[in-house]
Design a protein around this ligand. Structure first.
Ligand code: TXA
Ligand code: MG
Length: 350
């Protein structure tokens, strides 16, 4: 199949792009589009056959449920009729935006979208392109991140093209996304509500709005035997680069020393290496392959570039990547959650 690629530029001509894209959605096809978090791979969420095409294009296990994207409260009413007061409070504070909530599903929502579950994940994105597409399509849009299953999530249209060209009907290019990490996921079907995936809406922000929340115990420890994550997708080796990634944690100067030592060791064995550093630490490394991911003064810069940097290392054929660790407070919890997964839990403390 030829994938139609169209840029939107906030101009009147965009209207024809949305016209074409929404027709594809209504006819059961696949359209990738930008959201404020990462690019999504969209299909009509109320059509099980359309949702099945998403799993095929991504190579995604069929027990891993999809998020339904809506543009307004009417969209929510199509999906669930049980919205607890704390969910109302979170909606008021964070929708539209990078927060996904889990509800009990209405029977009209097909099991093909929810991976066989009686619950459903819902998000109201704030990105104008996502909102225009959902509105025009007139249906909730099921959309996982638009990457091949197991690869880092796409933060640019170019990443989607790498993974999905020829496998989907259309890609709407809306430039680079703002946040760069997938949405925060909260299970609102339990009391107290439970954080299943950390994201831009942090634990601290959630607690300020609704008080006590619980954290899925499998989150930071990684998924050992017997600890089953509640979001099925969190159990897969995710966000993974092709290279072997090692995180080094500790006082920054010592971390840099250890990374330099480890990288040199691999180079002497004839391997290619890469280093993930920050503005504050780049001077510690001699290495030509250093990538500055952002500044520790502003964690948002780190979140925004993490997945793109992992993909760049893939492209250059890097075999071993060494990354500094980051603080686990606020947005750092989401950054470290993704980084630790990409590293397959390989962390060295110095
Ligand atoms: O930011 C995002 O959330 C992006 C953009 C496109 O909106 N989407 C995204 O979707 O990250 P995906 O499919 O890559 O991740 C969805 C996660 C998976 O880990 C899945 O298991 C979990 O949400 N999930 C979906 N429905 C669920 C449910 N009913 N119960 C528990 N977890 C659920
Ligand atoms: Mg994903």
């Amino acid at each position: 199949m030829d994938t139609i690629i169209k840029k939107v530029m906030d101009s009147p001509e965009d209207e024809t792009v949305y016209e074409q894209a929404s027709q594809i959605i209504r006819e059961g096809g696949l359209v990738a589009f930008p959201t404020e978090t990462v690019y999504g791979l969209g299909a009509d969420g109320m059509n099980a056959e359309a949702a099945a095409k998403i799993y095929a294009a991504k190579g995604r296990p069929s027990d891993n449920p999809l998020i339904l994207h809506i543009a307004d409260k009417e969209g929510l009413a199509q999906i669930t009729d049980k919205v607890p007061p704390k969910a109302e409070a979170l909606m008021k504070a964070f929708w539209p935006g990078p927060l996904t909530m889990i509800f009990e599903k209405k029977k009209e929502v097909p099991y093909g979208t929810t991976g066989g579950l009686d619950t459903v994940a819902v998000r109201m994105p704030s990105h104008p392109v996502a909102r225009a597409l959902i509105r025009k399509s007139g249906t909730p849009i099921a959309a996982p991140s638009a990457n091949t299953s197991g690869r880092p999530s796409p933060t640019k249209a170019e990443h989607v093209r790498e993974d999905m060209n020829g496998k989907i009907d259309m890609l709407i290019d809306g430039g680079s996304v703002g946040i760069g990490l997938e949405s925060t996921i909260m299970d609102m079907t339990v009391e107290p509500p439970m954080l299943l995936r950390p994201g831009y809406i942090t634990r601290e922000m959630l607690e300020q709005t609704i008080g006590e929340i619980r954290i899925d115990p499998s989150l930071m420890e990684g998924v050992g035997e017997g600890v089953k994550p509640k979001a099925p997708g969190m159990k897969y080796r995710h966000y993974a680069p092709k290279a072997e990634l090692t995180i080094v944690e500790g006082e920054l100067e010592r971390v840099a020393e250890e990374i330099n030592r480890l990288a040199q060791e691999k180079q002497e064995q004839g391997h290619s290496t890469g280093i993930i550093a920050t503005e504050e630490t780049k001077a510690f490394y001699k290495e030509a392959q250093v990538r500055v991911i952002g500044t520790r003064q502003d964690e948002e810069t780190i979140a925004r570039h993490l997945f793109a940097v992992l993909r760049e290392f893939d492209e250059s054929g890097t075999e071993y990547i060494f990354s500094e660790a980051f603080s686990e407070e606020n947005l750092g919890q989401a950054i470290m959650n993704r980084l630790v997964k990409a590293a397959g839990h390989h962390i060295i403390r110095v």
